[in-house]
Design a protein around this ligand. Structure first.
Ligand code: GTP
Ligand code: MG
Length: 277
C-alpha cells in the first residue's frame, strides 16, 4: 500500500517478473486489487502471495473509494481464512516534503492497519536512484523519528533499489517468519502421517526415508538462502552446487513419498505434498 506512483507495482514486477500494471503516465495506474502468487524455493519453501493495491490518493477516485476497495478485499480475504502476513507501505524517498498526499496517505494506512490489527509493517522506500544517497539517508532518519515512529506502533524499513535482490532484502523479515511457520506445520503433518501408519513395519521404514529427506531438504534450503544472500552481497559463492543438491534431495523425496503411498494407504498433508509439487 502507499500513495499512487510510489512504486508498488514496480516492486512486485521486480520481485516476481509479473507485471500487474506499472504506470508511467501522470494518472494513477492500479485501480483494482491484483494478486500475484510467487514460488521461488531458493527464498522460501512456501508460496508468497503479493497483493497489489490501488494508491490511497488514486486519481479519478476519492480516498474513500480506494479505502472501500482495500477494505473489501481484506474482508473477503478474512472470510476465506487468508492470513495477511504483513504489509508493505511504500514511500518515495525523493519526496522532499512530508505534507499533503504522503502524510495523508500514511494516516489512512495507519487507520486501516489499526482497524485490522496488522502488526507487521515494512516501510519500503523507493526512488533511491533519484536522490543523492546521503540526502536520502538523512531524509530516512528524519522520517523515522518525526513521522513513522509517532504514527506506527511497530515497523521496520527497507530500501528498494529497483533490483530483485533489494526486493528480497526488503521482504526478508516476512519470508523468515513464513518459513519458520511452514517448517512447524511440516513437522505437524509428519506426526500426523506417522500416526496414520501405526504399527505397519514396512510403512514405518518407508516413512523414515520420507522424514529424513524432508529434514535434509529443510537443511539444504536454509543453506541455499544463506548462499543466496552471500552471492547477492558479495558475489561468487557456491550457489549452483547447493542448488543442485536441493534438486537431488527433492527428487529423492518425491520417490520416497511415492514408495510410501504405494505400500500404505496414507493421506499426505497439503504442505508435505507441496514440497515435491
Ligand atoms: N527512478 C525510479 N522510478 C521508479 C522506481 N519505482 C518505480 N518507479 C517508476 O515510478 C512510476 C510509478 O510506478 P508504479 O509501480 O506504477 O507505482 P504504483 O505505486 O503502483 O502506482 P499506482 O498503481 O498508481 O498506485 C513508474 O514509471 C515506475 O517505472 C524507482 O525506484 N526509481
Ligand atoms: Mg500500481
Amino acid at each position: 500500500m502507499g500513495p499512487t506512483g510510489s512504486g508498488k507495482s514496480t516492486f512486485i514486477f521486480t520481485a516476481t517478473g509479473v507485471d500487474t500494471g506499472i504506470g508511467h503516465s501522470l494518472e494513477s495506474c492500479t485501480k483494482d486489487v491484483k494478486m500475484v502468487k510467487f514460488s521461488f524455493p531458493e527464498v522460501s519453501n512456501c508460496d508468497v502471495v503479493f497483493v497489489d493495491m490501488p494508491g490511497f490518493d488514486a486519481t479519478g477516485s476519492s480516498g474513500k473509494e480506494v479505502l472501500k476497495i482495500i477494505e473489501n478485499w481484506l474482508y473477503q480475504a478474512s472470510k476465506k481464512n487468508i492470513v495477511v502476513s504483513g504489509l508493505l507501505y511504500f514511500h518515495r524517498i525523493s519526496d522532499n516534503r512530508m505534507a499533503g498526499t504522503p502524510l495523508q496517505s500514511l494516516h489512512s494506512f495507519n487507520d486501516l492497519r489499526k482497524k485490522h490489527g496488522f502488526q507487521h509493517v515494512i516501510i519500503t522506500t523507493t526512488m533511491w536512484d533519484e536522490v543523492d544517497e546521503d540526502l536520502g539517508t538523512n531524509r530516512e532518519s528524519e522520517l523515522k523519528s518525526k513521522y513513522w515512529q509517532p504514527i506506527l506502533e511497530r515497523f521496520t524499513t527497507g530500501r528498494f533499489l529497483h533490483t530483485r535482490q533489494s526486493a528480497f532484502m526488503v521482504l526478508e523479515g516476512f519470508i523468515d517468519t513464513a518459513n519458520r511457520d511452514f517448517s512447524r506445520l511440516i513437522q505437524d503433518e509428519l506426526s500426523a502421517l506417522r500416526q496414520q501408519i501405526g504399527d505397519n513395519t514396512v510403512g514405518m521404514d518407508l516413512f523414515s526415508k520420507v522424514e529424513s529427506r524432508v529434514n535434509e531438504q529443510d537443511e539444504v534450503l536454509k543453506r541455499l538462502r544463506i548462499e543466496m544472500k552471500t552471492t547477492m552481497l558479495l558475489g561468487g559463492g557456491t550457489l549452483e552446487s547447493v542448488l543442485a543438491q536441493y534438486r537431488t534431495i527433492r527428487a529423492e523425496l518425491a520417490l520416497a513419498m511415492e514408495d510410501l503411498q504405494k505400500t500404505v494407504d496414507v493421506r499426505l498433508g497439503k504442505r508435505l505434498s507441496s514440497l515435491v509439487g
